[in-house]
Design a protein around this ligand. Structure first.
Ligand code: HEM
Length: 408
């Protein structure tokens, strides 16, 4: 087995940007764990190896800073001093601090709060579909998959739904701030944006302390699971940023990926219209076939032998969920979309192990309501063949930027 590929892992170039799965399949066969000089990353492609990494949190650490720019100019650092420093929080943290925060958040993230959102999700989806259904055509990302998740994550946390656009901008700026290659002037603007976002969250925290409400933010402030000390303001601000980040683009992409899959399979759209109970299997199969989070990063704490390769200590590793989900050792005929395959719930779409997604039930609920509504309200849905979906170049996130459709 090779640990450096004799061919280029050109994942972000056409045609693999649009369809990475043949590239992953070749890696699973020829070099299941390999180093890519293009990205400076080790990729793990087979199901069992991905699972082994997720379980081995001692040798594969989740700690990395996502929003702190490396080598920021002095002016940027000065602005960032007005903000709370980035703290490892859940997704980029390890035990024991991960265990403490996860206990506190799980306690606050009560199923009751999520279930209570169902009427808001239905109202939001109905209002949006009412707004464009008479037109006969639309971009379902811009009109539906994009606005619903941000509105709902705001409602869950307890932030005003009208703040959604502003929060989208702030979170976008945070990604740009930490991204390699952002120029100094843009970094400065994004650093100011980061401070504004944190001030806003601080004000919201203060407001809940003065006047508690029945929302996640109040629950996070008050949570005291298992005798743990409560979260302080810096932790709360960092946690809110992670929740807002994790809670919207991912869901937009799941809805988008499923729309693309279902547009080519009108019989499945008709079947869920007639029996919405099928939607859960369809969603699991969508998460398996085209995961919105294609992979996550880990860092080795020591040298590790895995899948025939030796990964050195301190190496950046990406576990490719998108590849593991198509591993023929687990899923027979893995490139076939088959909601009835029976074991599609074994996908890595929401991760697994101690970092398994905390918002999975919320994301599932939103996606189910969107799909059921689309199946019912937009009959004979057709993709605009002249405008096929395009994808932004990201190793981690995957979802169509637009889905132009018509119906009659
Ligand atoms: C379809 C939508 C979603 C997808 C595909 C998704 C995917 C994932 C994945 C793959 C992980 C594991 C990360 C790892 O192993 O390093 C994860 C963790 C997480 N997700 Fe989600 N997610 C979605 C929606 C949400 C929502 C709606 C929320 C919040 C309301 C959320 C909050 C989180 C958090 C806080 C973690 C970190 C948990 C921990 O480290 O203990 N996610 N998600």
């Amino acid at each position: 087995m090779e640990s450096v590929l004799p061919w280029a892992f050109n994942r972000l170039e056409s045609p693999y940007l649009e369809d990475p799965y043949p590239l992953y399949a070749r890696a699973r066969r020829e070099a299941p764990v390999f180093y890519s000089p293009e990205y400076g990353l080790w990729f793990v492609t087979r199901y069992d190896d991905v699972w082994a990494v997720l379980k081995d949190t001692a040798r594969f650490s989740s700690r990395f800073l996502m929003r702190t720019p490396a080598d920021a100019p002095a002016a940027v650092r000065e602005v960032l001093q007005e903000a709370y420093p980035e703290l490892p929080m859940l997704v980029n943290d390890d035990p024991p601090s991960h265990t403490r925060t996860r206990n506190l958040v799980s306690h606050a993230f009560a199923p009751r709060l999520v279930a209570a959102l169902e009427p808001s999700v239905r109202a939001s989806v109905t209002r949006l579909v009412d707004g464009f259904a008479p037109d006969g055509d639309a971009d379902l990302i811009a009109r539906l998959a994009y606005p619903v998740p941000i509105e709902i994550i705001c409602t869950l946390v307890g932030l005003p739904a009208e703040a959604g656009d502003l929060i989208k901008r702030w979170t976008g700026d945070l990604v740009t701030l930490g991204a390699p290659g952002t120029d100094g002037e843009r970094q400065l603007a994004c650093a100011r944006s980061s401070v504004a976002f944190q001030r806003y969250l601080e004000e919201q925290i203060e407001a809940r302390r003065r006047a508690p409400r029945d929302d996640l933010l109040t629950a996070l402030i008050n949570t005291r699971a298992g005798g743990e000390r409560p979260l302080d303001v810096a932790e709360l601000v960092n946690l809110l940023i992670v929740l807002v980040f994790a809670g919207h683009e991912t869901t937009t992409n799941l809805i988008g990926n499923l729309l693309v899959l279902l547009l080519g399979r009108p019989e499945i759209l008709r079947a869920i219209r007639d029996d919405p109970a099928l939607t859960d299997d369809v969603i699991n199969e969508g998460l398996r076939m085209d995961a919105p989070v294609q992979g996550m990063f880990r860092t080795t704490t020591e040298e590790v032998a895995l899948g025939g390769a030796h990964i050195p200590a301190g190496a950046q590793v990406m576990v490719l969920f998108g590849s593991a989900n198509r591993d023929e050792a687990v899923f027979s005929d893995p490139d076939r979309f088959d909601p009835g395959r029976g074991n599609n719930h074994r996908h890595f779409g929401f991760g697994r192990g101690i970092h398994a997604c905390i918002g999975a039930s919320l994301a599932r609920m939103e996606t189910r309501i969107v799909l059921d509504t689309v199946a019912e309200r937009l009959p004979n849905l057709k993709l605009d063949a002249g405008r096929p979906p395009t994808y932004s170049p990201s190793l981690m996130h995957r979802g169509p930027q637009a889905v132009h459709v018509a119906w009659f």
